[in-house]
Design a protein around this ligand. Structure first.
Ligand SMILES: *[C@@H]1O[C@H](CO)[C@@H](O)[C@H](O)[C@H]1NC(C)=O
Ligand SMILES: *[C@@H]1O[C@H](CO)[C@@H](O)[C@H](O)[C@H]1NC(C)=O
Ligand SMILES: *[C@@H]1O[C@H](CO)[C@@H](O)[C@H](O)[C@H]1NC(C)=O
Ligand SMILES: *[C@@H]1O[C@H](CO)[C@@H](O)[C@H](O)[C@H]1NC(C)=O
Ligand SMILES: *[C@@H]1O[C@H](CO)[C@@H](O)[C@H](O)[C@H]1NC(C)=O
Ligand SMILES: *[C@@H]1O[C@H](CO)[C@@H](O)[C@H](O)[C@H]1NC(C)=O
Ligand SMILES: *[C@@H]1O[C@H](CO)[C@@H](O)[C@H](O)[C@H]1NC(C)=O
Ligand SMILES: *[C@@H]1O[C@H](CO)[C@@H](O)[C@H](O)[C@H]1NC(C)=O
Ligand SMILES: *[C@@H]1O[C@H](CO)[C@@H](O)[C@H](O)[C@H]1NC(C)=O
Ligand SMILES: *[C@@H]1O[C@H](CO)[C@@H](O)[C@H](O)[C@H]1NC(C)=O
Ligand SMILES: *[C@@H]1O[C@H](CO)[C@@H](O)[C@H](O)[C@H]1NC(C)=O
Length: 856
């Protein structure tokens, strides 16, 4: 990556790093990012990090320059067992840290569980299930020898319903996503595995995330400061506050500066304002510069090589030289090492780590330890079964996350039906097996996971047809099936018979951009069902007056043409349920689990109703496509409400087999004091050690040291001159001095100014089960902040409560200062506006049956 010579300062260059000068000039007219330097160093007094800091300081103080560089730099794609692995520190007994996908289980490993997706568990609106799922995934990673689990995800957030990776995260709402992220982080880290909040940030589409065939640079998400704080940053704040150990910066640019070298984002917002104390790693090959990314706040490069397997690195040798040379100040390298080791100790780790007992690149027992180089033949897979009894949790989470969208004539729960016709490819298996398509890159058979790196291999997959067959066999129900969407004659014969209940399984898939499925390059091309699912439903329901539809999907689909047919008696959204798919849906269909889940996104009547869309074609010539987030905070339900567009199923909507009533809202003001902006300044950066400037001290250790091809090392191949050793044509830049800086007003503890979590109001309401079945209810609290640019309502609280028939329960939620504030760009702080505010409580974002004014 060339630095432009047009600019004198590395500070500016870091923001404009681009492979060609024309680009920089073209972009002068467009969005840009302000520099923020120097890069903040760890705060020894940061709450929750004090002990970790002391341990990290002790360890890092013993490290040599080469050892520190090793810790920051991946050894290259497929050079070791994990999808990402940094160099080791053998002298001090630390093996290379293992970083492994994914947010729903251990990727590329055997004898692991395949969990429901993040978006699916978000629908449960159940904090405890979110935590338990995180913890179970953490345990499996831990037992395989993983140190950093690459999840959970809050980016994409869901600006576009078509967004390919929305399912990896939680909801198209920052508050719910924030809860999901924090609970998952806590669950993972309680097992001793470092969680990774990703992808930071505004990584809302797959198209052009890394540029493209005819496009020089990655797409730029151009987002204003208020929208950033109130929407996209919000859930990441909750992750920082929950103590997350690592962040992953994303592929895209933000205001035409790559997210992994955007100093305003990494130094400014994440490390200074939010006081994040852990480390930032690049997404795989999302690093675009050496010194610039280092001084902009990147702490670890993944997988270490410039392009997969090119044997070169922006760091490794280059980082060693840059520190010797003074280009990158020593404090910055020390801070990188401190942050990595502090996250390691914070999660309860000791230096002696268990062996990594699996290999990402082959399931063979014996093979090359250095897979790409085909060197180091030995045992690499121990086939350790780490699943415990997680299948029970998986079944429970998926059932409790299944949303009942429609239920007429008591179609559900099923009560010993005489005859079930199971229709649709989505009910059955993939003929190639559940893992038959690499990284789940196809949509064959039932959909239980999207595609891409956010996947795990299924240990087995119970299809809906499997589970229904077992259930009906036990009950003596007749069951016949057609699992070919295009065998209309057979389907017609079944569904036109007397006494039939038709269960139609349909889906819509999406995934990560490096795989294209049926012409969908990660992002969906449309919001209709796949495999002519809509036509199949219309066909079946024209003949069968008890047609029950089950949708497996990565987001909303347009159900307009059939959802209100009187013959479509019930609709369920089952998300991406994971390995227990069939048993979970049977639990819901037969009422073993009374549904209570809520849709974590809006179901619009048509695609245009969302107001945002993916950029599918270059819109800036050969330059980086420009995606202007002009809708501000108005995405998903906020947009529908703001524009007064009626959705088919609103955010937060979901039915039960029983009924609930809401009454008696009360609002009580708490005695929170005045909000004081943080003042003062940070201390001067410390350094932990010294180093020599004699290049010969950094040569490969000896002639006998095994040089593995393509491997990324911290050493110098040649010690004749720094420039030769670096091979970087633009070697030699300077960075900012580590002087004390003023503390941002909104900063303080990890997460921000602690007073933002002061409780301002407590809201209570009574919820009564007025039906005849025990069930869970999800009361939701929304606020109207009242300003002209505020969404009409925003989610600010929820609970999932089990209530016996005829009984009542008290819903209780607190509103913090943060919940009631807007981001004020001028003061760079949160402020509570003078606009009159209202709180609402109800069972969905549009059934706000209770309301009360807020007295501030
Ligand atoms: C992007 O540009 C907008 C508009 O100038 C600004 O409000 C925002 O703070 C910038 N964000 C970043 C990360 O540079
Ligand atoms: C750096 O890591 C590599 C790979 O783990 C290891 O072989 C080497 O000894 C390490 N170097 C130092 C200086 O610790
Ligand atoms: C790239 O540009 C070439 C030449 O204009 C064109 O033929 C090709 O279709 C373009 N590829 C894509 C993916 O747009
Ligand atoms: C140093 O980085 C440059 C890119 O900036 C790269 O071309 C060069 O190969 C790197 N050197 C090493 C030793 O990897
Ligand atoms: C860094 O190294 C380069 C290349 O060897 C050299 O030109 C430059 O003067 C060095 N800078 C410092 C500050 O030592
Ligand atoms: C939408 O995309 C799916 C998957 O590629 C495809 O099966 C379907 O035909 C498309 N729908 C329309 C209306 O083009
Ligand atoms: C729907 O029914 C028509 C006949 O009415 C048939 O031609 C078509 O193939 C059917 N499509 C599906 C997906 O069942
Ligand atoms: C509903 O199903 C019945 C058959 O049970 C059929 O006669 C009728 O036309 C269907 N109605 C609709 C609206 O499809
Ligand atoms: C469906 O049609 C059958 C006759 O085919 C009828 O007995 C039954 O009442 C109908 N059900 C509904 C819900 O309309
Ligand atoms: C680093 O400091 C130690 C302890 O003071 C000293 O023994 C060593 O010689 C120093 N090394 C260099 C390269 O300055
Ligand atoms: C370093 O030296 C090895 C062995 O001669 C060579 O294979 C490798 O390509 C060199 N690496 C770089 C980055 O020059």
């Amino acid at each position: 990556m060339a630095f432009s010579k047009l600019f004198g300062s590395a500070l500016v260059l870091a923001q404009l790093a681009s492979s060609n000068h024309v680009q920089v000039e073209e972009r002068a007219e467009t969005a840009h990012s302000e520099p923020f330097y120097p890069s903040p160093w760890m705060n020894p007094k940061a709450i929750g990090w004090e002990d970790a800091y002391v341990k990290a300081k002790d360890f890092v103080s013993q490290m040599t320059l080469l050892e520190k560089v090793n810790l920051t730099t991946g050894v290259g794609w497929q050079s070791e067992q994990c999808v990402g692995q940094v160099g080791s520190v053998p002298r001090l007994g630390l093996r290379g840290l293992c970083l492994q996908d994914s947010p729903l289980g251990v990727r590329f490993a055997d004898y692991v569980s395949a969990f429901p997706s993040g978006q699916t568990v978000a629908a449960s609106f159940d904090r405890s299930l979110m935590y338990q799922r995180g913890k179970a995934m953490g345990q499996e990673h831990k037992d395989k020898g993983v140190n950093v689990m690459l999840g959970p995800s809050a980016g994409p957030l869901g600006r576009h319903p078509e967004g390919g990776r929305n399912w990896e995260g939680f909801a198209a709402d920052p508050w719910l996503t924030g809860i999901g992220l924090a609970e998952t982080v806590k669950g993972i880290q309680d097992t001793g595995v470092i969680a990774c909040a990703k992808h930071f940030i505004v990584n809302e589409q797959e198209h052009f995330r890394q540029g493209g065939p005819n496009v020089s640079d990655a797409i730029s998400s151009n987002v204003d400061d208020k929208t950033m704080h109130e929407l996209y940053l919000w859930p990441f704040v909750d992750a920082v506050r929950a103590g997350v150990g690592s962040f992953m910066c994303s592929y895209n640019q933000v205001n035409n500066s790559y997210a992994c070298q955007n100093s305003k984002l990494l130094n400014g917002i994440l490390k200074s304002e939010l006081g994040f104390q852990g480390f930032v790693m690049s997404d795989w090959a999302a690093q675009h510069s050496g010194a610039s990314s280092a001084v902009a706040g990147l702490d670890m490069t993944m997988p270490g090589d410039v392009a997969f397997n090119d044997g070169k690195s922006y760091w490794g040798t280059n980082l060693t030289l840059a520190v010797i040379n003074g280009t990158i100040p020593e404090y910055r390298l020390d801070d990188m090492a401190m942050r990595i080791m502090a996250a390691f100790f914070k999660t309860g780790n000791v230096i002696e780590q268990p062996q990594i007992n699996f290999d990402s690149w082959t399931k063979d027992t014996n093979g090359p330890m250095h897979y790409y180089a085909k060197e180091g033949e030995q045992q690499i897979n121990w086939h350790v079964n780490v699943q415990r009894d997680h299948r029970n949790l998986i079944r429970d989470v998926a059932a409790k996350s299944t949303v009942l969208l429609k239920n007429e004539n008591n179609a559900l729960p099923l009560k010993s039906p005489k005859f079930l016709a199971v229709i649709g490819e989505d009910a059955g298996p993939n003929p190639k097996g559940p893992n038959g398509c690499s990284d789940r890159g196809c949509d064959d058979g039932t959909l239980a996971m999207g595609w891409g790196s956010g996947t795990a291999d299924f240990p087995y997959l119970v299809t809906p047809l499997d589970a229904l067959t077992m259930k009906t066999a036990d009950d003596g129900t007749r069951l016949e099936h057609v699992i070919d969407n295009y065998a209309w004659d057979s389907t017609k014969t079944l569904v036109s018979q007397a006494d039939v209940t038709a269960l139609v399984f349909v889906n819509a898939d999406s995934g990560e951009g490096y795989i294209t499925v049926d012409g969908n390059e990660g992002d969906r091309n449309n919001l209709t069902l796949w495999g002519s699912g809509d036509e199949l439903i219309k066909n079946v329901s024209s003949l069968c007056n008890n047609t029950i539809v089950v949708i497996h999907s990565t987001g909303p689909t347009v159900v307009t043409e059939w959802y209100d047919s009187p013959n479509v008696t019930a609709i369920l959204w089952a998300g991406l349920p994971g390995q227990e798919s069939g048993r979970s849906i049977v639990d819901v269909l037969y009422g073993k689990v009374n549904p209570a889940a809520r849709t974590p996104f809006t179901w619009g009547a048509k695609r245009e109703d969302y107001g945002t869309d993916i950029i599918y074609e270059p819109n800036n010539g050969a330059g980086a496509p420009q995606q202007d987030f002009t809708e501000g905070v108005m995405i998903d339900y906020r947009y529908f409400d703001y524009k007064n567009i009626t959705p088919i199923f609103e955010f937060g909507f979901g039915l039960s087999y029983t009924t609930f009533e809401y009454s008696n809202i009360k609002v009580e003001k708490s005695g929170a004091g005045e909000y004081n902006p943080t003042t003062g300044s940070t201390t001067e950066a410390p350094t932990f050690g010294n180093f020599s400037t004699d290049l010969t001290d950094y040569a490969f250790p000896s002639e006998s040291f095994p040089y593995i091809p393509y491997y990324i090392y911290p050493y110098l191949n040649t010690t004749s001159s720094a420039a030769e050793a670096s091979q970087d044509p633009d070697y030699g830049q300077t960075a900012a001095d580590p002087l004390p800086r003023p503390a941002p007003a909104a900063s303080d503890e990890p997460g921000g100014n602690r007073q933002l979590w002061d409780v301002m109001q407590t809201v209570t309401a009574t919820v009564t089960n007025t039906g005849s079945l025990v069930g869970d209810e999800v009361p939701q609290l929304y606020v109207a902040l009242g300003g002209p640019s505020d969404p009409p309502v925003q989610l600010r609280g929820f609970d999932r409560m089990r209530i016996e028939p005829g009984q009542s329960a008290e819903f209780r939620a607190t509103l913090t200062r943060r919940d009631l504030s807007n981001w004020d760009v001028a003061s760079q702080n949160w402020v509570i506006s003078d606009h009159p505010k209202t709180v609402y409580v109800g069972p969905s974002s549009r059934k706000l049956v209770l309301s009360a004014p807020l007295e501030l």
